[in-house]
Design a protein around this ligand. Structure first.
Ligand code: BJ8
Length: 431
């Protein structure tokens, strides 16, 4: 980080000593995981810069915006519509955390058998190391899994301004009505927070901005269908993670540039791994920064990751909002239509998700699927049974991984993943 941000962090009420320890660990991990990769696209230097300033320059940008009266809205879930936030001239940031930090403090408030994602959000807040949470004027929780919805009741004690959005658990007509009414209620809450009335014109602009971001991410996803893969799964995951923090217009430009570069690589038949390298699709729980453990193990075990069926990945970013409506009612309907399609495992039944995994595996020519569930995450752990059964019908092998944020099981994971990859590795003579 170029500048001295310590006065800014102090002003945000952060614990500088704990924060130093976090940044130190993050910097080392980033060096080992990302910068040590070979033949990275040059455009990834943008992501390297963003990550080097993720608690610095980006937070300063948020601070500067807040000084002019703009608001920051923190979220934990892709059901929160970024378009509504942007339409009110506010800034949307993801707050999910992917590190085992502050767990001891978190476990004083939450049961030990709570998933790492929830514990990490609590840990970051309790140890005062997350400048995004500290900068948020509103934090949106949602009634998705039981762990989250009950945890927000406690989170309210340590974080002011928590807003709860109700998310139904089925996709029937009555559920769609509830979902729609919750989106209208959220629009009102954001208008109240910002003092900005969301007009059709404002919302249209925001819809186009977020659609463009999704189009860039989808463009990237499609390029990964090529063999040899033009970009690693680790770098692709990082891009999807940064999508939750960065300015959407700037980010979209940077990702499109990376895609241009990848198209050049594809023309030259060059990639990050040799042709015929085993190809893996990851499916399951979202992976937040700095949760890079599983992709690192996979890509250092002789495979390349070609897609993420995850909220930090294609589940979170697919499907555009219809840009045709020009009334606020029509735009809200279009927004609700798009978001109601998200096939999170908290829904029942949830056949769409399995269908999507199968179509992704085929489209990106994956040899196998690694299903990732965070320990103690019931929705994804339970759903993995049905996913595996359906995939088997299509001849797609699947390996179930249940893990947490600790590094203790890396050796064991590597053994299992290497054995899984060997089952579909093509012998060299067959190429
Ligand atoms: S739309 S996946 S971002 S809820 S890992 S906290 S499910 S116990 S994160 Fe999610 Fe929204 Fe769904 Fe996506 Fe609970 Fe599981 Fe923990 Fe999870």
């Amino acid at each position: 980080m170029a500048a001295d941000y310590r006065p800014m962090w102090t002003e945000l009420g952060m614990d500088l000593k704990a924060h130093d320890a976090l940044l130190d660990a993050l910097g080392k991990a980033y060096q080992d995981v990302f910068l040590s990769q070979k033949v990275r696209p040059e455009g990834m230097s943008y992501l390297d810069f963003v990550m080097s300033e993720v608690h610095g320059l980006r937070i300063k940008e948020l601070n500067d915006a807040r000084a002019t009266g703009r608001k920051v809205v923190g979220t934990f879930c892709v059901f929160v519509p970024e378009e509504i936030v942007l339409a009110a001239d506010a800034i949307c940031v993801g707050l999910c955390a992917g590190a085992e930090f502050g767990f001891e403090e978190a476990e004083k408030l939450l049961p030990r058998n709570t998933c790492g994602l929830i514990k990490s959000a609590f840990g970051f807040k309790l140890t005062k190391v997350c400048p995004y949470t500290q900068s948020s004027d509103m934090v949106v929780g949602e009634t998705t899994c039981d762990g989250k919805k009950k945890a927000y009741e406690i989170f309210k004690d340590i974080q002011p301004n928590v807003y709860i959005m109700e998310i139904p658990q089925m996709k029937n007509t009555a559920d769609r009505q509830l979902f729609a009414s919750e989106y209208w209620r959220f629009k009102e809450a954001v208008e109240k927070l910002t003092g900005v009335t969301i007009t059709a014109e404002r919302l249209k602009k925001a819809i186009i901005t977020v659609n463009n971001k999704r189009k860039a991410l989808h463009r990237l996803a499609l390029l990964r269908a090529t063999d040899p893969a033009p970009i690693s799964g680790l770098d692709s995951l990082l891009i999807n993670q940064v999508a939750f923090y960065d300015d959407p217009v700037r980010f979209t430009g940077a990702i499109n540039k990376i895609c241009d570069e990848l198209e050049g690589r594809i023309k030259q038949n060059s990639g990050v791994a040799p042709k015929h390298t085993p190809r893996v699709l990851i499916s399951g729980c979202p992976m937040s920064v700095p949760n890079w453990k599983l992709p690192l193990v996979i890509e250092t075990s002789g495979a390349v990751i070609v897609g993420e069926e995850s909220c930090v990945g294609e589940r979170g970013q697919r499907n555009l909002v219809d840009e045709k409506p020009h009334t606020i009612e029509g735009e809200m309907e279009a927004l609700i239509d798009r978001y109601f399609k998200i096939d999170c495992a908290v829904f029942t039944p949830n056949q769409d998700r399995t269908d999507h995994i199968i179509s992704m595996a085929k489209e990106y020519k994956a040899d196998g699927v690694i299903h990732y569930a965070l320990q103690f995450c019931s929705p994804y752990t339970v759903e993995s049974y049905l996913v595996e059964k359906e995939l088997a019908k299509h001849g797609i092998p699947m390996l179930k991984i249940e893990t947490d944020y600790s590094m203790e099981d890396v050796g064991q994971l590597k053994t299992r993943i290497e054995a899984f990859i060997e089952t579909f590795r093509q012998p060299a003579w067959s190429h």
